[in-house]
Design a protein around this ligand. Sequence first.
Ligand SMILES: *Cc1c(COP(=O)(O)O)cnc(C)c1O
Length: 352
Amino acid sequence: MSEVALDALDAIPRVRLGHVPTPLDAAPALGRELGIDLHIKRDDCTGLAFGGNKVRQLEFYLGAARAENADYILITGAVQSNFVRLAAAAARIQGMDIHIQLEERVPDMHESYRLSGNVLLNRLLGARLSSFPVGEDESAADAGIEAIAKHLAAQGRRPYVIHLGIEHPPLGGLGYVVAARELAVQMTERNVAFDHVVVASGSALTHSGLLVGLRALGNRVPVTGVCVRRGARDQRPRVLKRCREIAALIAKDACVDADDVRVFDGVLAPGYGRLNAETMEAMVMAARLEALMLDPVYTGKTMAGLVALAREGVFGKGARVLFIHTGGLPALFGYERILSQRLGDLGEGTTA
Ligand SMILES: *Cc1c(COP(=O)(O)O)cnc(C)c1O
């Protein structure tokens, strides 16, 4: 299946940012615990500035920015957003300036949430930071950043805005079409096939790009997106819309249909960026069985979803399941206070 060409994909402007191919590892101890044959695609190891899935997405946004001869990248996101941190890193190595707008999405957080983790890295990278009071209105956040871009343009700069909103083209999803092709090559080389793929579903670009890429290459493996941002009722149509748009961009229209879109929101509560017991359990299990670090916002929640699906028997006993590790590890330190508290509640992890 890796023989299928994706000529339209390869014609789209792109810069190379990631250390790829990322490893495809077995996770035998965690798999045994869950009664499945678990493997992990290590996209936390994409290299650039602590890595993660946004490195692949940014290859296409920065490609578009360069094609427009931009000299200033603007982006909006949550305070502990990995996307904005990696946009800053990508802008820097392309010789561009970077403005980050941080949205108030997560209530009641300790000071380390505002100072440590990704925020610290943004500051090291020399990003200009501004804050936006609303976190649940993507269009308003995009409008906020547009206003700053307009101001910069009036000063003679050439800004390029990376939008979050669903009305803008899903360029980032193309990075996961590339990842699907990379995965297909690894599967062929090792002569393995998966019965199920599990990935985080936030903006839906990773989930949609991966699904479109696999289908465009003729692979029919079920892909479940674990909801980390909004519930299944809203996420399902979002994924389908993004799939159709991404498929159109690579001239593979109609390779994904509504039945292909699987989302699971059983571990989302109480909401985006909020730690729950299932996520804490998954983070502890992965760390202690595999020395695999997961973050509280995305990969911990997604692994919690995988654990729940395994325990519900959705995969079947011994099924070969692939978990996509999308990164996000600096956020561990932005969540230091609450994670320490929960470890204390477990009666572990403290020294005398
Ligand atoms: C952004 C992000 C996700 C979600 O990816 P989307 O493409 O927005 O759905 C998952 N994991 C990490 C670590 C992220 O930063």
